[in-house]
Design a protein around this ligand. Structure first.
Ligand SMILES: CC(C)(COP(=O)(O)OP(=O)(O)OC[C@H]1O[C@@H](n2cnc3c(N)ncnc32)[C@H](O)[C@@H]1OP(=O)(O)O)[C@@H](O)C(=O)NCCC(=O)NCCS
Length: 193
């Protein structure tokens, strides 16, 4: 995979771009919030060290093309309101997994739909992906609805697959195929890498 260090995607209201050290306080504010982390695969972040570590890891791994994680910046006020990721990239099978999280105060305004539309467009058009997968807690109705609105189909249910802070939970597995995204190809965002 190529380096993703300088990748930026633009939508009407958002700038998607790699995280940088100055994002640490905003990132920590988002991912230390128990409301955001209720159905996440790890506990809420206890200290800002987690933010520094994630940013440092991104700088290394994004330049090596290991995954794509983009901060979601609101154009209006320049505020970092979340991030979205394409990870577990399997080049031979042209597939990847998607992940996303938004600051609580920004929920319910369609921001994540806008961000994920651009990320998926990048994945299918620039990375030539054939399939994108998501693994969510089936109780996370907002996340399920976000995926369905993007065209993902629920493909499976795995029991007791996660244990986070002692809480056991299931996985809802979703998939979106290139052939299903095809009608939207080229209609979503302007690439600015
Ligand atoms: C999941 C998440 C990204 C959704 O982003 P969002 O921009 O707030 O999405 P919306 O508010 O537009 O909601 C998406 C859809 O879910 C619906 N929804 C929201 N909350 C809901 C709830 N509690 N029950 C049922 N539906 C719900 C909305 O009505 C909307 O449906 P629509 O598209 O038909 O209008 C956001 O809630 C979030 O960051 N959650 C915490 C992190 C997380 O769980 N990430 C996913 C991990 S897999």
């Amino acid at each position: 995979m190529p380096s993703f260090s300088n990748l930026t995607l633009r939508t009407d209201r958002l700038l998607l771009r790699p995280l940088c050290e100055a994002d640490a306080p905003s990132l920590f504010a988002i991912f230390s919030d128990p409301r955001v982390m209720r159905y996440w695969s790890t506990p809420a972040w206890p200290t800002i060290d987690k933010a520094h570590a994630l940013i440092a890891q991104d700088m290394q791994e994004m330049s090596a093309g290991k995954y794509v994680r983009l901060g979601i910046e609101r154009k209006d006020d320049g505020q970092l309101i979340g991030n979205c990721t394409l990870f577990n990239l399997v080049e031979q099978c042209r597939r990847a997994e998607i992940g996303y999280g938004l600051a609580f105060a920004a929920w319910g305004r369609g921001y994540m739909h806008e961000a994920l539309s651009a990320l998926l467009e990048f994945g299918f058009s620039e990375l030539a992906l054939n399939r994108v997968e998501a693994d969510i807690d089936p109780r996370n109705l907002a996340s399920a609805r976000s995926l369905e609105r993007l065209g993902f189909k629920k493909e499976g249910h795995l029991r007791e697959r996660w244990i986070v802070d002692g809480e056991v939970s299931d996985s809802g597995l979703y998939g979106l195929l290139r052939s299903e995204w095809a009608p939207r190809l080229g209609k979503v965002h302007s690439l600015d890498s």
